[in-house]
Design a protein around this ligand. Structure first.
Ligand SMILES: [Zn+2]
Length: 232
């Protein structure tokens, strides 16, 4: 699903122009936290726009949270505002993310060249899956039922790292109906996968994880059917 960058209108367009007109040394990340009404308004416009444009879906973990209260979401600076405050209102540097992904990602560097001064508009400029410039499915395959994120590319792997996406696998293996042994297997394998040194090693780990996940699913399904049966 393509995401449209925000197009500022009215007072927000003026706020954006005024910020861009500031001398470089005054383009400070603290502007974002100002309680000036023009900043409060543009931030609300940003969140409201991206929540709908992203169809209530976090661009990193792809969880869908259909909640209208916009405090459910964090406005997300794709290139962190701590390192590049001049991009805080840049439409292609903005989106919303779930609070967990935002909290994991924080100030982590995402640019190949972190000293870059002009706004990078190409996928290749970024180390991870960019919410605007990349097609997520080319980089990460989500096994929803297990909460597992398979990296398909280096960018995918970096995204899983930076956004802490293994938290879902840990959650899955932490409880649920799969056996303790199976939980530990998946946990161990997901950790090792992140450190795999070669494509061959990675493929081997992926196939073992896939088997373990399937075994877990079968167990979960049996337990579910038993529960249904018990209620009848
Ligand atoms: Zn998320």
């Amino acid at each position: 699903m393509p995401m449209n960058p925000i197009n500022y209108v009215g007072d927000d367009a003026e706020t954006y122009r005024n910020f861009n007109a500031l001398p470089e040394e005054h383009k400070n990340g603290h502007v974002w936290d100002s309680d000036d009404i023009s900043i409060v308004n543009i931030k609300k416009a940003i969140k409201d726009h991206y929540i709908v444009s992203q169809d209530y879906t976090c661009p990193y973990c792809k969880q869908r949270l259909v909640v209208n209260h916009n405090a459910t979401w964090d406005a997300e600076h794709i290139i962190p505002k701590s390192s590049h405050p001049k991009f805080i209102f840049e439409p292609l540097n903005l989106c919303v993310s779930c609070k967990d992904c935002n909290n994991e990602k924080r100030d982590k560097a995402v640019l190949r060249n972190n000293r870059r001064r002009t706004f990078p508009v190409n996928s290749e400029d970024y180390k991870f899956v960019h919410p605007h410039f990349d097609n997520y499915n080319e980089h990460i395959n989500i096994v929803e039922v297990a909460g597992y994120y398979f990296p398909l590319t280096e960018k995918g792997r970096k995204t899983i790292e930076k956004c802490g996406l293994l938290r879902f696998a840990y959650k899955y293996t932490g409880y649920g109906n799969t056996s303790q042994e199976n939980k530990e297997t998946i946990r161990e394998l997901t950790n090792r996968l992140m450190e795999a040194g070669s494509a061959a090693e990675e493929n081997m780990l992926l196939s073992i994880i896939a088997d373990a996940v399937q075994a877990g699913q079968r167990l979960s399904k049996d337990a579910f059917l038993q529960q249904i049966g018990a209620q009848r």
